[in-house]
Design a protein around this ligand. Structure first.
Ligand code: ARG
Length: 458
């Protein structure tokens, strides 16, 4: 296999070095984008009179044929041709002859690969946005279908105050909405054409970058050739956004694992998302959330790999940068898989509202409501806190719960407490009292649900 850059060499590449330096094993997934970019580049060369229009058409037809060949699984990529760019170009020359060699006029693999990754990542981000919306939908549906279920809200994983289960789900919806917005931000930032930078300094040919950018759906062109070929911010930004997103999924995963345990018994994950044990017949393990929790680690690792890869690299392109692909690809695959499985799992999840309610009533979850009651009767909050602290201690020592106390028992701690206290310490009263924007009151949650729905559809 003759090398496209073989001119200045007298000896063949060492066989192992050939394999060691090749990226075709992993960058072949860019083939569609490589061809897409090359077709527009060729058309531009023709329009600008840099090559003949008929030549440009020949190249374009040749690239179309290669696209069909690859789609049909008929092309065998070879390590001897190093990467996807040279595999495609070499195949083109094989098919259409010497004119195929004109495609690389006014461009370099350095700006070509920068283009291919952007085109690819842009498409993948759009797919991921679709998955994120599906997960958002699943969360919204769960929240709407279970609007009235009350569960314990936790701090330090200790029962804190009763909340609506729908409110809890909407917290995750907020995280997902931020993940969506972050992906939109980064997409807009990197959606500019790097092609035209050449190897590093630009090109001597009268190219039309703006036309190419427009054809490929970019919002503009990059402004510095050195930066164009050496910028991988967009890959790092993506892995950073992906890390945040996976961190969110890992938190939800952790809660689903806890909630499906016999001790919590808040939810039932569908059998389709669990597996059994080879030794303990009773086991139904929440493998899917566990795996997603675990996969979060590899995405963080990919982010650190990329940051470390780019650290201190001198301008402009360096071969090190070929190592950008596997962490990026793995992140994309991991995020897509995790989101896909999560959306479905959430949609099918069964809630055990009665168990949640029992748990919400435990742990003196309405203690804050008694304190707030005393405050409304004029007691400074610090003193009210003290009064209720003592009340709780009394309950603990006497094996009682706050709502079980008689009025006399209440009044032993504060004479401000009247018979209407009982209206404030039901689970519903506690939840619905928190009605300011963003609170767990049913009305507040309904408002946020409507807002989320409008945002989702808008
Ligand atoms: N396979 C290379 C990469 O992924 C393409 C660019 C190669 N450029 C070069 N001058 N060797 O980075």
């Amino acid at each position: 296999m003759s090398k496209l850059w073989g001119g200045r060499f007298t000896q063949p590449t060492d066989k192992f070095v050939e394999e060691f330096t090749a990226s075709i094993e992993f960058d072949q997934r860019l083939w569609r984008y490589d061809i897409q970019g090359s077709k527009v580049h060729a058309a531009m060369l023709g329009r600008q009179g840099i090559i003949g229009v008929a030549e440009a058409e020949q190249i374009s037809a040749g690239l179309d044929a290669i696209l069909a060949e690859i789609e049909a699984g008929k092309v065998e990529f070879t390590v001897a041709l190093e990467d996807i760019h040279m595999n495609v170009e070499s195949r083109l020359i094989e098919r259409i002859g010497a004119v195929g060699g004109k495609l690389h006029t006014g461009r370099s693999r350095n700006d070509q690969v920068a283009l291919d990754i952007r085109l690819y990542l842009r498409d993948e981000i759009d797919i991921i946005l679709g998955y994120l919306r599906a997960l958002e939908d699943a969360l919204l549906q769960q929240a709407e279908a279970n609007l009235d279920i009350i569960m314990p809200g936790f701090t330090h994983l200790q029962t804190a105050q009763p909340i609506l289960y729908s409110h809890h789900l909407l917290a995750y919806r907020e995280m997902i909405a931020r993940d969506i917005s972050r992906l939109h931000d980064m997409r807009a930032r990197f959606n500019v054409l790097p092609l035209g930078a050449g190897a590093l300094a630009g090109t001597t040919f009268p190219i039309d970058r703006e036309w190419v950018a427009q054809q490929l759906g970019f919002d503009g062109v990059t402004r510095n050739s050195l930066d164009s070929v050496s910028d991988r911010d967009f890959a790092i930004e993506f892995c950073s956004g992906a890390s945040l997103l996976m961190m969110h999924l890992s938190r939800l995963a952790e809660e689903l694992i806890l909630w499906s345990s016999a001790d919590f018994n808040f939810i039932e994950l569908s059998d389709a998302f669990c597996t059994g044990s080879s030794i303990m017949p009773q086991k139904k393990n929440p493998d899917v959330p566990e795996l997603v929790r675990g996969k979060t680690g590899r995405v963080y690792g990919n982010l650190i790999s990329l940051l470390t890869l780019m650290k201190s690299l001198p301008l402009a392109y360096n071969k090190d940068m070929q190592e950008d692909k596997e962490p990026l690809f793995d992140t994309i695959d991991t995020v897509k898989g995790s989101l896909k499985v999560f959306a479905e799992m959430i949609a099918q999840m069964q809630v055990k509202g009665a168990n949640m309610r029992v748990a919400a009533a435990r742990g003196f979850s309405t203690a804050t409501d008694v304190a707030d009651y005393c405050v409304r009767k004029g007691l400074p909050f610090r003193q009210a806190h003290e009064v209720v602290g003592k009340t709780v201690r009394y309950c603990v020592e006497n094996g009682k719960d706050i709502p079980d106390l008689s009025l006399e028992e209440f009044r032993a701690f504060s004479a401000l407490i009247d018979a209407d206290i009982y209206d404030f310490i039901t689970l519903e009263a506690s939840v619905n009292a928190r009605s300011a924007t963003g609170g767990t009151a049913r009305a507040a949650v309904e408002r946020e649900l409507a807002r989320a729905r409008a945002q989702r559809n808008g």
